[in-house]
Design a protein around this ligand. Structure first.
Ligand code: GSH
Length: 227
């Protein structure tokens, strides 16, 4: 049966963007279902049916539905040939994929430190110290780690694993774009991550990604929580 891909996510960059970029890089068609009401009904109210999913993003292909962003990215990476060539790289990629999503989750939590499900705008005052601590104590640790990982392959001049683009390169690219968008001053003044900055620029200038980032298909950042 022909593939019939659909991504269910809110009309924002957020976690959905990690999934969308997999299709964009490969030039594979997908339906971007980003209507608040539809996503709420299909995902959160369980109308999708089949194996239960809990939160968006969800990728669908016919009756097959899959949630959890790092799991979706690994699944699509394997399916689309964006996957390491050997077992050691495969598991290191898996490790880094999980680390990237830990970073994003920790960042989001800083903006929602009082109540995880309440909008940031109802906890702006209370979360100031959490966000400040995330900026000063945590972001440098995460970024330095990503720089070290990148430098461990080909002196940081290419991809993360071997000579091949993988799903994790796309994930790291988007996590770095998110950091730059949410914390421009932190990003611009981070002089300890030269390879990472070049990597992000290199990735964003890949032809399909560059065209997408300039297009109106590319959803905006939420602007308040690493999303
Ligand atoms: N660990 C999950 C987290 C999913 C998640 O929290 N999704 C958010 C959007 S980024 C959401 O809409 N959550 C709804 C809720 O918490 O009720 C993932 O990586 O996909």
């Amino acid at each position: 049966m022909a593939d019939n891909w659909e991504v269910l996510y809110w009309p924002l960059a957020g976690r959905g963007e990690y999934v969308r970029l997999m299709f964009v890089e490969k030039g594979i068609e997908f339906k971007d279902t980003d209507d608040w009401t539809v996503v709420r009904e299909q995902v959160k109210e369980g109308k999708l049916g089949g194996f239960p999913v809990m939160f968006p993003p969800v990728v669908c292909n016919g009756d097959f539905h899959l949630s959890q962003t790092p799991t979706i990215c690994k699944y699509l990476g394997k399916k689309f040939g964006l996957y390491p060539d050997n077992e050691v790289d495969e598991w290191h990629a898996d490790q880094l994929n999980a680390t990237i999503h830990d970073y994003i989750a920790e960042g989001r939590l800083a903006f929602h430190g009082i109540n995880h499900t309440l909008t940031y705008y109802k906890q702006t005052e209370e979360t100031k110290p959490y966000i400040e601590r995330f900026i000063t104590e945590r972001i440098p640790k995460w970024l330095k780690h990503f720089e070290d990982v990148l430098m461990a392959n080909n002196g940081g001049k290419g991809f993360l694993f071997g000579d091949k683009l993988t799903y994790v390169d796309l994930g790291l690219m988007h996590a770095l774009r998110t950091t730059e968008s949410q914390f421009p001053d932190v990003w611009n003044s981070a002089d300890y991550i030269p390879a990472l900055k070049s990597f992000k620029d290199r990735m964003c200038s890949r032809p399909r990604l560059a065209a997408y980032l300039k297009s109106d298909k590319c959803r905006p950042f939420e602007g308040n929580s690493m999303m």
